[in-house]
Design a protein around this ligand. Structure first.
Ligand code: GCU
Length: 600
């Protein structure tokens, strides 16, 4: 019997963790590859005794005498870098899907009047976590943070963490067992030990009220014994502050009338230093203030219409290739988007590194964030829905104070079938209920009849912005120069975003525009697509697929793919393809048009 059942990680986590007092536990972690889960099953399996003491590899047994039989040893085992997916660190793990055990020792001396939380910013896919051979719990989902309180479990001196990580794809998971990106496994983001006061500021939201440039609204949530306290929120540069008192549950809502503010936008990524303090704790944040709303078929940023000059992006550094290791990997990707004259980036298809949203705040890039409800999810499985709702809840919880984030996307290319409707409507309702200050969307599928492209997915009625993917000139619709015969019939008077369009090109391969995988073919697709989509009267944005080539096990063609999806405008070696400049020019022109509008 697996003793980890129902010991899920904490339902909410500490807000803005990088602004808190943390010991960084990244580094070289020992690992054991365990495809048969030997360390977790059989009579030795992961049983926990009455003291929560675990058996199996969680025990971290060390041979005490030459005659003692111990058939594993973390100490003698090699190491993997954390953070980092395992696939890019060891040739034999490139395609590995299964269980790997991680072990890490650290010396620490906890203080008696403090509380401690072990925080994982992402582990793909499920993680069974223990500290000093005591069970902490389990987390499923590869892209959102989770934490455990370990105040009572820390030793003064040596401590060891053991985690069983498994990235096996399963039908009931989110994402399900089929997707077009590399199934990078492991501890892919930072591991931190957060030291907090006995009663601390666990969570807060501070943003402009829905569609209201003249009111900052939010709440502060304390965690601990001393829940009724005075809270000060101070925004010195704006001359704004307020003091509120938390209720018996440690929560206080507040509202601050705004006199004068420099509103955040891509052209003016102004962030204000915000200080929140209680009697026992304080935390600072750099927050931008902007409103985002839909007005008829327009998207309004700070009350003004905006065109979203975007690009889609996976959370991958092509030069590794692997998950980004640090903030400079993220900055490299976002700088490329800036070079493309973008003001918007679709972070596909799952929550990206937490630091990317902070970066976008400072660089002036609007963001679309998404959860991996992708293709053929197990629609009628309640635990799958629970998992998906958990992921969108965690994503909103994590990035709700980021001005850059304007769209929560609840999924990608999900089939327009009855059993999917209840699932996706529940997701839309959850996102809307959690955050009424941002837009909710999803990347929908179209259907074609004759020369008409229909966008009539019923889910559209639940979405603030109607977004869809279309690959005319690549997967369908004939050759690039033939696609202008198509017209769109869109059933919704809402703003429209093309969330994907594109074609593949092997960087450096040149031929005529009829030759698949040549830069000229991709260039031609972009030139004709720009004409095609300009027919859409409510077009308010686009995020072509994709900024940079990325790895995918679904792309085996040896000459033109070789395990890569080459739809990037930048190749896996960082070389800009011809189509990059087609889009860069189009966005330059669009920006000039918008700037002119602004002046009028
Ligand atoms: C799909 C999908 C992407 C995929 C792309 C492609 O639309 O959303 O994840 O990579 O098309 O086929 O290249």
């Amino acid at each position: 019997m697996n003793c980890f059942i129902n010991t899920n990680a904490q339902s909410s986590f500490i807000q803005n963790i990088y602004a808190r007092n943390c010991l960084n536990l990244d580094g070289h972690w020992h690992y054991i590859i365990d495809p048969f889960e030997t360390g977790f099953r059989g009579f030795q399996g992961a049983k926990a005794d009455e003291n929560n003491k675990l058996s199996g590899y969680f025990e971290n047994k060390q041979q005490q005498s030459k005659s003692e039989l111990v058939e594993y040893s973390f100490k003698k085992s090699p190491t993997l870098d954390v953070p980092g997916d395992w696939n890019s660190q060891d040739e034999k793990l490139l395609y590995y899907e299964g269980t790997i055990w991680y072990e890490h020792d650290f010396d620490f001396h906890p203080q008696s009047n403090k509380r401690y939380f072990l925080r994982f910013n992402a582990i793909n896919y499920d993680a069974y976590v223990s500290l000093n051979d005591k069970k902490l719990g389990v987390h499923a989902g590869g892209f959102t943070p989770f934490e455990f309180e370990v105040t009572k479990l820390l030793n003064a001196g040596n401590n060891f963490i053991i985690i069983k990580v498994n990235n096996t794809r399963k039908k009931e998971n989110v994402p399900t067992d089929n997707f077009d990106w590399w199934n990078y496994g492991g501890i892919t983001r930072d591991v931190l030990l957060a030291e907090m006061p006995a009663t601390f500021i666990k969570d807060y939201k501070i943003q402009l009220a829905k569609n209201d440039l003249k009111k900052i609204e939010g709440y502060v949530q304390l965690d601990g014994a001393n829940l009724s306290q005075q809270i000060k929120i101070n925004i010195p540069e704006a001359g704004l502050q307020t003091t509120v008192t938390t209720d018996a549950n440690g929560k206080a809502a507040f509202s601050i009338p705004v006199k004068k503010l420099s509103y955040w936008s891509p052209e003016n990524p102004k962030r204000y230093h915000v200080a929140i303090s209680s009697g026992t704790d304080s935390v600072n944040d750099e927050i931008g203030f902007r409103t985002i709303e839909v007005n008829g078929s327009n998207i309004l940023l700070n009350g003004k219409t905006v065109f979203l000059r975007g690009i889609a992006l996976h959370d991958e550094n092509p030069f590794i290739p692997g998950r980004p290791r640090n903030i400079s990997d993220c900055r490299m990707l976002l700088n490329w988007a800036k070079e493309l004259n973008c003001n918007f980036v679709r972070l596909a298809h799952y929550p990206h590194n937490e630091e990317e949203a902070h970066l976008a705040d400072s660089m002036g890039l609007l963001l679309w964030e998404e959860v991996p409800v992708y293709w053929t999810i197990d629609w009628t499985n309640d635990s799958t829905l629970h998992n998906a709702e958990h992921q969108i809840t965690d994503l909103i919880q994590r990035d709700k104070n980021r001005a850059s984030v304007i769209v929560w996307s609840i999924g990608n290319e999900t089939p327009n079938i009855p059993e999917r409707e209840k699932f996706m409507e529940a997701m839309a309702d959850t996102a809307h209920a959690l955050d009424n200050t941002r837009l909710v969307s999803a990347a929908l599928l179209t259907r074609t009849s004759g020369d008409t492209i229909f966008v009539d997915d019923a889910l559209g009625k639940k979405l603030d912005v109607v977004s869809f993917n279309e690959y005319y000139g690549w997967y369908t619709g004939g050759m690039p120069w033939e696609i202008n015969k198509f017209n769109f019939k869109i059933d919704y008077e809402k703003p429209v975003i093309i969330s994907e369009l594109g074609a593949a090109a092997l960087g450096g391969f040149h031929a005529d525009s009829a030759t698949r995988f040549s830069e000229e073919y991709q260039q031609s697709v972009y030139q004709h697509q720009i004409q095609l989509i300009s027919k859409i009267k409510n077009l308010r944005g686009m995020t072509p697929w994709i900024l940079v080539d990325f790895r995918s096990p679904k792309r085996p063609e040896p000459e033109f793919q070789n395990g890569w999806n080459h739809k990037g405008l930048i190749s896996e070696t960082g070389q800009k393809k011809k189509a990059f400049f087609v889009l860069q020019d189009f966005y330059k022109q669009k920006k000039e048009e918008d700037d002119l509008q602004e002046i009028k």
